[in-house]
Design a protein around this ligand. Structure first.
Ligand code: SAM
Length: 346
């Protein structure tokens, strides 16, 4: 899960929020909205991605973000696409009214990954007995709890995401703006793209989406970008020919996104392509009533490194591995040292 942000003094000191000029002149905004609603406008753009993965509270997009050039053609904000166009679409297609569907904001080629899957879409497979409930905690907001004793490997829940989208939107890079201003500009553009997907959601999905936590209220993120950054699970491998970070999307779920972080999580999620849904499994035996947890960051590093990575989520982890770092850190370092050997053999 790539998540949220921050109320640290460091962050608040960062001059991102009221940046003077990425609210460019009205002419520039007009050109963005023209771009979004354009039918035939051919715009050469650069891909500048707000840097979600930084381990500090800085969000940087450009100029390092000039990683990819996209050509837009006949972009239809109401859905549909051409082969080289960003796509706003609803998946799976052909669902009965009321069945869960996902609003998607895709790069070229991702929708086709699903449409070309033999047998797509398949029905979602749910666990035989419900295994979780959502409840408030005293100190960690809303959380999920097990409603029965679970064994490692047990299926806890299945759900289709509310939203799956690119983690950054193609934006124009303005040489006359500062790095921070371009970052803000990229965030604003991303918000506009997410708005298109949001408007396509059912009322129920909109309510569920906006009810999710937002730890990005003070860093220049718009309300939709804030929710996505706080709650998105990384979803990789959906961009043919694009590897690594640039090939991954973010997925926001009504229930799974309520899982709080632990450095010793007791669940793991997998995305099932054919049913376009996440399935959550227990990775340890779990007692009835125990909180279900998930890892937001890599966990085989030191407590200090983990908590640095968690800064964007706006909390300090108080799990036992963090509170017993002198004991836990060497153990995790030993596991990490051993891991490449295991990987080689499996
Ligand atoms: C994806 S949401 C998880 C669900 C969230 N608790 C809610 O109320 O919807 C991420 C946010 O939950 C909170 N959170 C998650 N794990 C936490 C933890 N271990 N300790 C304290 N707060 C946590 C943080 O506010 C974080 O930004």
């Amino acid at each position: 899960m790539k998540r949220g942000f921050l109320k640290t003094s460091k962050t608040q000191a960062r001059p991102l929020g009221p940046v003077p000029a990425p609210q460019p002149d009205s002419k520039t905004w007009a050109s963005i909205s023209t771009f979004l609603s354009a039918k035939f406008k051919l715009v050469r753009t650069v891909f500048s991605r707000p840097e979600y993965e930084t381990n500090d509270s800085t969000i940087l997009a450009v100029p390092e973000g000039l990683k990819e050039k996209i050509r837009y053609q006949e972009c239809d904000p109401h859905g549909g696409s051409t082969p080289d166009c960003m796509t706003f679409t609803t998946l799976p297609n052909g669902m009965e009214p009321g069945e869960p569907v996902t609003e998607c904001f895709f790069f070229p080629g991702s929708k086709e990954v699903f449409m070309n899957l033999r047998g797509f879409p398949q029905p979602m497979v749910h666990p035989s007995t419900p295994a979780f409930r959502m409840a408030a905690t005293p100190d960690k907001g809303t959380a999920l709890f097990s409603t029965r004793k679970l064994k490692a490997g047990d299926h806890i829940l299945t759900e289709r995401p509310l939203f799956v989208g690119a983690r950054g939107a193609p934006t124009e890079y303005h040489a006359n703006l500062t790095r921070e201003q371009n970052t803000q500009y990229a965030l604003n553009t991303l918000e506009q793209h997410f708005e298109i997907s949001f408007k396509r959601m059912s009322t129920e999905s909109k309510e569920a989406f906006m009810a999710l936590a937002n730890s990005h209220k003070e860093d220049g993120s718009g309300p939709l970008v804030g929710v996505v950054r706080t709650n998105g699970l990384r979803l990789s491998g959906l961009r043919p020919g694009v590897k690594g970070d640039m090939g991954s999307y973010t997925a926001v779920c009504k229930d799974i996104s309520r899982l709080n972080h632990s450095c010793s999580p007791n669940t793991s999620a997998r995305f099932d392509m054919l049913s376009f849904s996440y399935q959550l499994f227990a990775v340890h035996d779990i007692a009835k009533g125990e909180e279900l947890t998930y890892q937001y960051t890599p966990i085989n590093c030191s407590a200090a490194e983990r908590n640095k990575a968690l800064v964007p989520y706006g909390f300090v982890c108080a799990c036992t591995a963090c509170t017993n770092a002198p004991t836990s850190d060497p153990r995790r370092a030993a596991i990490e040292a051993f891991r490449p050997v295991v990987t080689e053999w499996v």
